[in-house]
Design a protein around this ligand. Structure first.
Ligand code: NAG
Ligand code: NAG
Ligand code: NAG
Length: 523
C-alpha cells in the first residue's frame, strides 16, 4: 500500500517537473544542446562573470600593505594599484604557471604575501582547476600481454578502460566532424607555419579553413587595412596612442615607452585578424550547419586526443550558457567551475580606463558557439576600436574585460601536458627544453581522470609509445612493481616543466599571433 503511494508521488513529481521544464524555453534549449553534446546540464546558472576585485576578499591590513608597496620598475603607475597583485600577475601571465606558483615566486622576491599567510584570490576555488597535473593525457595504456603480467583483476580493469577509451574516441571523431568548423589564422607569408599546422591537422583528420592573417608592419598598411574595411575607417591610431600617453603620465618614461611599443601594429593586426576570422566563421555557420567554430592560431599543436577532450569538456563540464571557451588561457581570472574550466570575470583590481589590464592572455584556440559569434564579434569590435581605452587594443585583454557581457570560459594554462619529457628524464636538459619549445603550444590541454594512486604517472605512458612492443610489455609490467620510483620520475618531469616555463621567451610567438609578443606589457 505504502509502495503504491510512493509510486504515485514519484509520478506526480515527475509530471510537475516535466511540465516545469517544458515551460522554460532556455532550459529546453539547454536540453537540446546537451543532447548534441554541446554542454553539460549539471551546472545551471551557478556562475556569473561579474567584475570582481580583492577588496572584499582580503584583510584590510594586507590591502593597505600591498598598495603602499614600492611599484616594481617598469610597471605602469595608477593611484591605488595593488602592487602585490601586479607582481603576481607579471609572473603568472607567461608560460603555464599556476597562480600559486606565481605568488610563491613573487613572495620569494618580497613582492607578495607568503602562501602560508594567504593566496590572492585570482581564481576562486582555485584548488579545483588551477592544478598542473590535470593537464596530463587521457589515453590509458594498452592492456599488457607480456610475461610479467599484473594481477588478473588489474588486467581486466585495464582492458575495460582501454576499450572504453577507444569507443569514446570513435564517437568523438564523428561528433567533431558533425559539430565543429575549424579555422586557422595564418599570415600569407608564413608558409612554414601553415605547412606545419596543416600537416598536424591532416594527421588528426581535421579539415580547416585558412584565414589570412593581417600584417600591418609596412608603411601605410593601417590606412590600407582601413580602406579594405579590416580596421574601422574612423579609428585613429595616433589618437589611441595619445590617449595612452595621457594614461601613462605618472609612469616612468621607460615603462610608458615599453607599453606603447607593445601596443604597436602587431597588436592591431592581430586584433583585426581575429575579428575577420570570427566574421568569416559567422557567415559560414549557416551554410555549414555546424554549431561550433574553433579558431586556431597557426603556432598551436593539437594533442592526439584533442577531439575526445573537447567533446568531454563540453559534455561533462561546460555549463549550457557558454558562448566562448579559450582552450588555453594564461593568468586566468575568475572562478573554477569544474576540473578544467574557469568562468572568466573582469579583474576589477585594475582600472577600467586601462581595460582592466590584463588577465586571460592568449587566443591560441578559441571555441565559439556559432549562434553567438556575431554578437561576440560586435562587442569585441566596439571594445577593441575604442581610442579612449587604448589598453583594449589587445584582443585577449579586451575579451577578458567583456566577461560581464560575454559568457566566457577558459581552460587554465597551468594544466600543462608534461609528457614531452618522457623517455630519458635528465640526460639532455637542453634537448628537453628544445623539445618543449617546439611543443610549447601543444601543452595546453588536459586530463580528466586523476591518475589512480595505484597506477602510474604520465611520463611513462609516453615512453610506451616510443619503444617497441616487446620492450613496452616488459617495461610496463615492471612499472607495476615500482610505483614509488615512477611517481618520483613523474614529479621530476613536472619540475622540469616548471623550470622550462621560466626560460625567458619560451612561449614567444615571434612575428605571428598571440599575446606573447606583448610580453613586457604585462607590468
Ligand atoms: C597622476 O597623478 C596625479 C597627481 O597625483 C593624479 O591627480 C592623477 O589622477 C594621476 N593620473 C593617473 C592616470 O593615475
Ligand atoms: C587623429 O588623431 C590625431 C591626434 O588626436 C589628430 O591630430 C588627427 O587629426 C586625427 N586624424 C583624423 C583623420 O581624424
Ligand atoms: C642535446 O640535445 C640537443 C638538441 O636536440 C642536441 O643538439 C645536443 O647535441 C644534445 N646534447 C647531448 C650531450 O646529447
Amino acid at each position: 500500500m505504502g509502495g503504491h503511494a510512493v509510486r504515485v508521488a514519484v509520478i506526480c513529481s515527475w509530471i510537475v517537473q516535466f511540465t516545469a521544464q517544458a515551460e522554460d524555453p532556455s532550459r529546453r534549449a539547454g536540453d537540446a544542446d546537451w543532447a548534441r553534446g554541446l554542454c553539460s546540464r549539471s551546472y545551471v546558472d551557478a556562475y556569473t562573470g561579474t567584475a570582481r576585485s580583492f577588496e572584499r576578499h582580503l584583510p584590510l591590513s594586507v590591502l593597505e600593505r600591498c598598495k603602499k608597496q614600492t611599484p616594481s620598475k617598469g610597471s605602469w603607475i595608477w593611484e591605488g594599484r595593488n602592487w602585490c597583485w601586479e607582481a603576481v600577475k607579471r609572473r603568472a601571465c607567461y608560460g603555464h604557471h599556476s597562480w600559486q606558483d606565481a605568488q610563491r615566486m613573487a613572495a620569494e622576491d618580497k613582492e607578495a604575501p607568503r602562501l602560508e599567510d594567504l593566496l590572492l584570490p585570482a581564481l576562486q576555488d582555485a584548488e579545483r582547476c588551477d592544478v598542473p597535473k590535470l593537464g596530463a593525457s587521457l589515453e590509458p595504456d594498452p592492456p599488457s600481454q607480456g610475461l610479467l603480467l599484473p594481477e588478473r583483476e588489474d588486467r581486466v580493469q585495464d582492458e575495460q578502460k582501454y576499450v572504453n577509451y577507444q569507443i569514446e574516441a570513435h564517437e568523438a571523431e564523428f561528433w567533431f566532424q558533425r559539430h565543429v568548423a575549424v579555422y586557422v589564422l595564418n599570415l600569407p607569408t608564413a608558409t612554414d607555419r601553415w605547412s606545419r599546422i596543416s600537416r598536424r591537422l591532416e594527421e588528426l583528420q581535421i579539415h580547416a579553413v585558412r584565414v589570412p592573417g593581417i600584417d600591418l608592419s609596412g608603411p601605410g598598411a593601417i590606412q590600407q587595412a582601413q580602406e579594405e574595411g579590416l580596421v574601422p575607417l574612423q579609428w585613429n591610431f595616433s589618437a589611441a596612442k595619445q590617449n595612452m600617453v595621457r594614461l601613462l603620465q605618472n609612469s616612468s618614461e621607460a615603462a610608458a615607452r615599453r607599453y606603447l611599443d607593445n601596443y604597436g601594429r602587431g597588436t592591431v593586426g592581430c586584433a583585426a585578424a581575429h575579428l575577420r576570422a570570427m566574421w568569416q566563421a559567422a557567415s559560414n555557420a549557416h551554410r555549414l550547419e555546424k554549431p561550433l567554430a574553433l579558431i586556431l592560431e597557426d603556432d598551436v599543436m593539437l594533442e592526439d586526443d584533442f577531439k575526445l577532450k573537447l567533446r568531454r569538456l563540453l559534455r561533462t563540464e561546460a555549463p549550457c550558457d557558454w558562448e566562448v571557451i579559450s582552450l588555453r588561457s594564461q593568468c586566468p581570472y575568475g572562478v573554477c567551475v569544474s576540473p578544467h574550466l574557469t568562468r572568466v570575470q573582469p579583474d576589477a583590481n585594475e582600472p577600467e580606463e586601462m581595460c582592466r589590464h590584463g588577465v586571460n592572455y592568449g587566443f591560441y584556440a578559441m571555441v565559439y558557439r556559432a549562434d553567438s559569434l556575431i554578437s561576440i564579434a560586435n562587442k569585441l569590435h566596439q571594445r577593441i576600436w575604442d581610442e579612449a581605452r587604448p589598453g583594449c587594443l589587445a584582443n585577449d585583454v579586451a575579451l577578458a574585460s567583456l566577461a560581464e557581457e560575454v559568457v566566457y570560459y577558459a581552460v587554465p594554462s597551468s594544466q600543462a601536458v608534461c609528457r614531452v619529457f618522457s623517455g630519458e628524464p635528465d640526460r639532455n636538459l637542453t634537448g628537453h627544453l628544445g623539445a618543449l619549445r617546439n611543443h610549447a603550444s601543444l601543452a595546453f590541454f588536459f586530463l580528466l581522470l586523476m591518475p589512480d594512486p595505484s597506477r602510474l604517472g604520465e611520463p611513462v605512458t609516453a615512453t610506451v609509445h616510443t619503444t617497441t612492443a616487446a620492450t613496452v610489455t616488459a617495461f610496463k609490467s615492471c612499472l607495476f612493481r615500482f610505483i614509488s620510483l615512477l611517481s618520483l620520475l613523474k614529479r621530476r618531469a613536472c619540475e622540469l616543466c616548471a623550470v622550462a616555463s621560466q626560460v625567458p621567451g619560451f612561449l614567444d610567438h615571434g612575428d605571428g599571433f598571440g599575446s606573447a609578443t606583448r610580453q613586457t606589457a604585462a607590468a
